[in-house]
Design a binder for this molecule. Sequence first.
Ligand SMILES: NC(=O)c1ccc[n+]([C@@H]2O[C@H](COP(=O)([O-])OP(=O)(O)OC[C@H]3O[C@@H](n4cnc5c(N)ncnc54)[C@H](OP(=O)(O)O)[C@@H]3O)[C@@H](O)[C@H]2O)c1
Length: 259
Amino acid sequence: MSGGVLRVAVAGATGRTGSEAARALRAAEGIALVAAVARSRRGEDLGHALGEAPWDLPLESDVVAAIERTQPDVLVDFTLAEPAAMHARLALERGVRPVIGATGLSGADVEGLRRLVGERGTGAALVPNFSFGVLLLNRFCREAARYFPAVEVVESHHVAKRDRPSGTAARIARVLESAGADAPVPVHSVRLPGLVAHHEVIFGGPGETLTIRHDTLHRSSFGPGVVLAARRVMAMRGLAEDLEGLLAATENPRRASVG
Ligand SMILES: NC(=O)c1ccc[n+]([C@@H]2O[C@H](COP(=O)([O-])OP(=O)(O)OC[C@H]3O[C@@H](n4cnc5c(N)ncnc54)[C@H](OP(=O)(O)O)[C@@H]3O)[C@@H](O)[C@H]2O)c1
């Protein structure tokens, strides 16, 4: 932090989700968006690349060079699973706290990050969904799992989504299992044009069902959660694995250490 301003770099800044994260971070009070990384369009202004007036922020293609030049506090990453895991390691080795929005990281990558975060005594967040609606869906699911003997998850996404099931659905399944649902909770995946991101959790009991559903209608819904995560990751130790874990770790000082 320099002069009370949180310095944030975004990787994947030209992408469908990373661009919305960059917009929200740029508009947030007390945050300076200091670097933008993508594979292509090196040297082009990010605002221009997004079809807007210039932001005075040239795109870079090398995450290490961007970190060393701009010394961010936090790296927000919306690239893809493999580059995001690598970027997070490179960031942690340079004292930068990662907030990983990319989904589909392997179990080995997650464990490697948890180890590195522990060794460095720092904080990092792996957040499969930044929307407050999904945070609440997880809370409601935990409550419903206490009353219903059976539950399945249906996740539906746009056709360009690479991972299946979605990171959000995989996380919902783990939340349900930890609340007592039989493991593994079945997850069904739908990929169709016209969809953005939709999660449905269907509980079944004698003579009734309960459906808890969340719809992402636009990726701007992720912005407020990204801003919150970038701020909160500075106040925690360990690896938070969703927004709720990050909030819990930073709201209650006795739980300021996770993972
Ligand atoms: N956590 C959440 O709330 C949330 C919400 C939605 C999506 N996601 C996840 O976010 C990720 C991105 O999804 P998206 O739909 O936004 O993808 P996208 O539109 O394809 O954007 C990917 C971005 O990452 C860049 N990129 C890819 N590989 C890179 C590399 N090796 N080095 C540097 N930059 C690289 C791309 O730059 P080029 O175009 O130049 O290659 C582009 O800017 C996915 O894992 C998705 O599941 C998470």
